[in-house]
Design a protein around this ligand. Sequence first.
Ligand code: FAD
Length: 503
Amino acid sequence: MNAQLKNIVIVGGGTAGWMAAATFAKLLARDYAIRLIESEEIGTVGVGEATVPHLKLFNKVLEIDEIDFVKKVQGTFKLGIEFVDWARIGDRYIHGFGTIGHDYGLLPFHQYWIKAFKAGKAVDIGEYSLCTAAAPRGKFMASATDVPPTSPLANIAYAYHFDAGRYAAYLRAYAEQRGVRRTEGKITQVVQRPDDGFVDAVVLQSGERIAGDLFIDCSGFRGLLIEQTLHAGYEDWSHWLPCDRALAVPCENVGPPTPFVRCTARSAGWQWRIPLQHRTGNGYVYSSRHISDDEAAATLLNNLDGRALGEPRMLKFTPGQRRKPWDKNVVSVGLASGFLEPLESTSIYLIQSAIARLMSLFPHGDFSPTLIERYNTQAAFEIERIRDFIILHYCATERADSSFWNHVRTMQLPAELEANIRLFRDSGRFYRNAEEMFAVTSWVQVMIGQRIMPESYHPAVDLIADKELDELVGGVRRVIATCVDAMPRHEQFIARYCAADKM
Ligand SMILES: Cc1cc2nc3c(=O)[nH]c(=O)nc-3n(C[C@H](O)[C@H](O)[C@H](O)COP(=O)(O)OP(=O)(O)OC[C@H]3O[C@@H](n4cnc5c(N)ncnc54)[C@H](O)[C@@H]3O)c2cc1C
């Protein structure tokens, strides 16, 4: 008989800790005792305010009401990310969520677009995708229920921007109401079993000892259990992703919130702008080898929409992954398990995905090494594919105006990314690898946005007559334009359905 596992201890109350606690509260609280320990003295990173559409699934599993959620976290809606100055200074493109046109015959729409564009018969690829076309026009709505199921308005892909502190508080209330026991206090000692090194208990500064069978390490970059105690190891990716610091500062809103994040390339990294209902979040993610902290702070403060609401706060990190995110009876989630810079808002997604993976590979008390190995293999696959997607934004550039851009433009790439770029440049083809997070449409938009224009296209495109091609491409554009026209403005949608209470 397998040993039973009864007590789950979550170490850390940032976004990762409370997302784990909320999920366990919903799915496990009847059969397991769940405790969460957090230290106000240590605090959380307090950033992480842009998400990807997968979070809607997380909310659905937890049966979170979207309107209530958006109101309480000062949320706005996100249709994609606008990249400014990446391949060349002056460039601007949107990586939007959702589809581009629709598949036709055996091929994805972008294959037909390549031929039409090269013949001067098509416009920018963004005009063929609902989210990408609606975002810069400030339009937003949730999926409509009163349109035919084939209408682009019937299935709109979107995510949220939210206040990270309020999000953790929202999930905390959810988890505590459903039986998660929270303890405030600083862990000063981790006790391991002498025979096998499994974690037995954590001891707080107060002297309280909290024992557990399964520990979820959500302690942030420090990795209190997974690294400081178990020494699971860390694979450093800074040779591909040189940014290792961020300065973050909120500012006052100026004008209505945009339904997208803006990421503007700077001389040694990039700056984010995330609009919320009550303020705008900003940050400069940079490489400390290529710019001083003072210069980065000045760049950030000189490029805000409105008045800064405080001093910039610095965060230091090493991009990379934990070699064994699950080791013995410790599963690391969130920053404790690795970090990729927030260019494509993937960290909260990685938390969600780690929790889902743990649910699917949930152990008995004997912690089968086979389960652990499968978990770690899947986690590595997922983060490595996202890593390559992020590197693509840097390496596919023509910028030569700073040592930072010269470095990323000429660095040696991961072999699979290099092969993917070659394939796309050759004939616009990209094949999603198994369950990797970003879909073909994401890769296509970023490749083209970064000026990797395919030299050719799939030969089957030539099997349709020119007239049919014109009708396909022209038809999609007309439908998207009509849909975007029919959408309300983002701020109107928020005011009507989910305006936060005035503070
Ligand atoms: C600059 C930057 C921008 C980001 N932007 C985005 C974004 O736009 N989108 C996105 O998806 N992600 C983003 N992220 C990532 C996101 O912020 C994190 O994934 C998320 O906040 C999860 O953090 P965490 O809970 O793992 O760690 P933390 O927030 O650091 O929480 C750690 C917790 O552990 C506790 N703790 C630590 N040590 C002890 C101890 N000894 N005793 C008791 N408690 C302890 C702390 O008190 C805290 O509660 C960003 C990250 C950075 C650095």
